[in-house]
Design a binder for this molecule. Structure first.
Ligand code: AMP
Ligand code: ZN
Length: 136
């Protein structure tokens, strides 16, 4: 399979591994957006969150606190973002991965959510709830 993260798992290409168990691997992101930027992946190849089964999700997300705490103790960041991109154009590697991004003063990292607080009424919120619940 032509998947760069599967190749990392098979040691076909090098990586900077920081944690490994039977189901999960954590390694440094090659871009090091901030110091300690880490990726956590399941060993099972799934493209993204839409292909992720619950058992694999439990395993991969289960490792997140351990790595987050290690990054905090190691680098003493002011905070930490957890990011997961799904589908183009957000996603560039199509093997599910969770980014752990330690944050530092003036690190230049831009990560924001929009704030539309107060723009929508009760009916709008309830219609969204109804639509989403139909798909669960
Ligand atoms: P995304 O945009 O969420 O799909 O992010 C994919 C991430 O994989 C990017 O942050 C890349 O820097 C990272 N990446 C790509 N190739 C490698 C590699 N060989 N080793 C470590 N990280 C990689
Ligand atoms: Zn893969």
């Amino acid at each position: 399979m032509d998947c760069i993260f599967c190749k990392i798992l098979e040691n076909e290409i090098p990586s900077y591994k920081i944690y490994e168990d039977d189901d999960v691997l954590a390694f440094l992101d090659i871009t090091q957006g901030t110091k300690g930027h880490t990726l956590i992946i399941p060993k099972k190849h799934v493209k993204n969150v839409y292909e992720l089964d619950e058992d694999t999700a439990v395993k991969v997300f289960g490792v997140v606190p351990k790595i987050a705490k290690a990054l905090k103790s190691t680098f003493n960041p002011i905070g930490l973002n957890i990011v997961n991109n799904n589908d183009k154009p957000l996603q560039s590697v199509f093997h599910f991965h969770i980014h752990l991004i330690p944050r530092y003063e003036n690190d230049g990292m831009v990560l924001s959510t929009l704030n539309n607080y107060g723009k929508f009424n009760d009916d709008h919120f309830n219609s969204l709830v109804d639509l989403i619940k139909k798909e669960l």
